[in-house]
Design a protein around this ligand. Structure first.
Ligand code: RTP
Ligand code: MG
Length: 139
C-alpha cells in the first residue's frame, strides 16, 4: 500500500475545549504527517457545502449549526492507508460506541459533537481536500 492522503477536521467542540494540541500530538504519534493545516470559522453556506451529502438527513440543520459555532482546524493527513487509518484512530461516529483510546471516545461528547471528521472514501477525500485547500497551501 502506498502513501495516501485524507482530509480531517478538528471540530468546533474539540477546538473550543482546548484539545487541538492533544489531537495534533496523537495524529503525529500515530504516524501521520500533516500535509496541510489551517484554522478557520466556517460560514453557514460553507458548512452546508461541505456536508451536502447529508442535506436530506434529519440532523443536517443541527450539524450545520454545530460546525459553524466556532473555529475548526482543517487538515490533510498523509500515511499508508490514511483514509482507513484515520477513521480507525477517530473511532465510531457515536463516542459511546467508540473503542477505548480513540479520539471520539476521549474527546467527543455525543453522536453530533464528536470532536473530529474524516473522509470515508477516496472520492470524498478528493472533494473535501479541494473544498478546503488549494495546491499552494499543501506540502
Ligand atoms: P464525519 O463525516 O464527520 O467524519 O463522521 P462520520 O462519517 O462518522 O458520520 P456521518 O454519518 O458522515 O455524519 C456526519 C456527522 O454528522 C453528525 N451526526 N449527527 N444527530 C445525529 O444523529 C447525527 N448523526 C451524525 C456527526 O457530527 C457526524 O460526524
Ligand atoms: Mg462522514
Amino acid at each position: 500500500m502506498s502513501l495516501q492522503r485524507t482530509f480531517a477536521v478538528i471540530k468546533p467542540d474539540a477546538v473550543a475545549a482546548g484539545n487541538t494540541g492533544n489531537i495534533l500530538a496523537e495524529i503525529e504519534a500515530a504516524g501521520f504527517s500533516i500535509a496541510a493545516m489551517k484554522k478557520m470559522h466556517l460560514t453557514k453556506s460553507q458548512a452546508e457545502g461541505f456536508y451536502y451529502v447529508h442535506k436530506e438527513r434529519p440532523f443536517f440543520g443541527d450539524l450545520v449549526n454545530f460546525m459553524t459555532e466556532g473555529p475548526i482546524v482543517a487538515l490533510i493527513l498523509e500515511k499508508e492507508n490514511a483514509i482507513a487509518e484515520w477513521r480507525k484512530l477517530m473511532g465510531a461516529t457515536n463516542p459511546e460506541q467508540a473503542e477505548e483510546g480513540t479520539l471520539r471516545k476521549k474527546y467527543g461528547a455525543n453522536i453530533e459533537r464528536n470532536a473530529t471528521h474524516g473522509s470515508d472514501a477516496e472520492e470524498t477525500a478528493a472533494f473535501e481536500t479541494r473544498y478546503f485547500f488549494n495546491a499552494m497551501e499543501t506540502v
